[in-house]
Design a protein around this ligand. Structure first.
Ligand code: IMP
Ligand code: MG
Length: 189
């Protein structure tokens, strides 16, 4: 039986910093201002939907820079089960948020990679006919499927490498790193 020390995450090696905590801290208030301006005024509160689990740190910082009335409703999507580092298709866990008709809706995710997650959620939520809909990601990989996926607010464009930290995980670990780093799983470095 594998011990914690033998886990894939324990054998993985952290690489260079791709986006520093300082860069993130400067960028999030800018994004928040742009989002608030774009969402405009409405009769209703904004519905902000962080995609769990990766978006929890980005969303926590972002919402505290948005001085507007909002409701926060989580959506849980699993797209990289376990130790895989390539997209395996997506799977919503539980019911997705409802009652979005006529509302202003912002989906917040950690990273835009294959685009499957945001394309899926956009289709699901647009079917509910929100008054305004946008997506925001902290990171976007500069690969064709990501660049061609609609996304209104992007924190940073990054190279096509597997990254961890600031919410992003490998095998459930490294989400608590305060910056975004390249990860080299054993044998992939
Ligand atoms: P997409 O559906 O392929 O665009 O992938 C989006 C999801 O995959 C993100 O919400 C992350 O959870 C995960 N993901 C994609 N790339 C990475 C990465 O480099 N590190 C960690 N997670 C990633
Ligand atoms: Mg995710």
């Amino acid at each position: 039986m594998g011990t914690h020390r033998d886990s894939p995450a324990a054998r993985a090696a952290l690489g260079r910093v791709v986006v520093s905590n300082d860069q993130i801290a400067r960028r999030i208030p800018e994004l928040a201002r742009q989002i608030v301006a774009a969402a405009g005024d409405g009769d209703d509160d904004i519905v902000l939907i962080p995609v769990m689990t990766g978006a929890f740190i980005f969303a926590a910082d972002l919402v505290r820079c948005m001085p507007v009335r909002m409701r926060i409703t989580l959506a849980t999507i699993s797209s990289y089960p376990g130790t895989s580092t390539t997209s395996q298709g997506i799977r919503p866990l539980g019911d997705l948020p409802g009652n979005l008709k006529g509302r202003r809706v912002l989906v917040v995710d950690d990273i835009l990679d294959s685009g499957r997650t945001l394309n899926f959620l956009r289709e699901q939520f647009m079917a509910q006919r929100p008054a305004w809909f946008a997506t925001a990601v902290l990171l976007r990989k500069t690969i064709p499927p990501a660049m061609s996926t609609p996304c209104e607010f992007v924190g940073f464009d990054i190279p096509d490498e597997f990254v961890v930290g600031f919410g992003l995980d490998y095998d459930g670990c490294f989400r608590n790193l305060p910056e975004v780093r390249v990860l080299h799983p054993e044998g992939r470095a």
